[in-house]
Unconditional design. Structure first.
Length: 169
């Protein structure tokens, strides 16, 4: 239980000085739950002002119609448009409604590649380490990979023969 002086000090720091609850708790050596109970935030919620009808309700049809015509229009621009028409609510309510009401894009996120057989291919060449032959010569394993796009079939060829280089001294 805290004294009335402490409660008054907590409320002054919170409401007048705008200190966070955690800062007040550490400054006064109290638990943050104790500070929160001393502030009594539920006491200041006026039940009569909370209504089930949103301030945005008269403007919902306009917002939805505008989004149908211009689906990429930002919520802040819609807020400015309905504010000019008399909306007195918050931008956050508009953002929440736009998030739900915005039409879903029907475009694919990729382009489908369609080619005729023999029209296009992809080729890659790789080296895969060294192979020690019987004569103790080191040669590199090399693979050529060709992938035809139309048939979706890979063709590979490997080679271990490489042109001889003169020895370096």
């Amino acid at each position: 239980m805290i004294s009335e002086d402490q409660r008054t000090k907590i409320r002054r720091l919170f409401f007048a000085e705008h200190w966070p609850i955690g800062t007040i708790a550490s400054e006064l050596g109290l638990h943050h739950d104790t500070v929160e109970l001393a502030i009594e935030p539920r006491r200041f919620i006026k039940r009569g002002l909370i209504s089930s009808v949103s301030l945005l309700e008269p403007y919902r049809a306009f917002v939805e119609q505008t989004l149908e015509q211009h689906p990429r229009l930002r919520a802040t621009r819609l807020y400015e448009m309905i504010r000019d028409r008399g909306y007195t609510g918050s931008i956050y309510a508009v953002r929440r409604h736009v998030r739900k009401a915005r039409p879903v894009s029907r475009h694919e996120a990729f382009f489908r590649l369609t080619v005729l057989p023999g029209e296009q291919a992809q080729v890659d060449w790789g080296s895969f380490g060294k192979i020690v032959a019987v004569a103790l010569d080191e040669e590199r394993e090399r693979i050529l990979l060709a992938f035809t796009c139309a048939m979706r079939k890979a063709v590979s060829s490997s080679s271990t023969r490489s042109p001889r280089r003169p020895p370096t001294r």
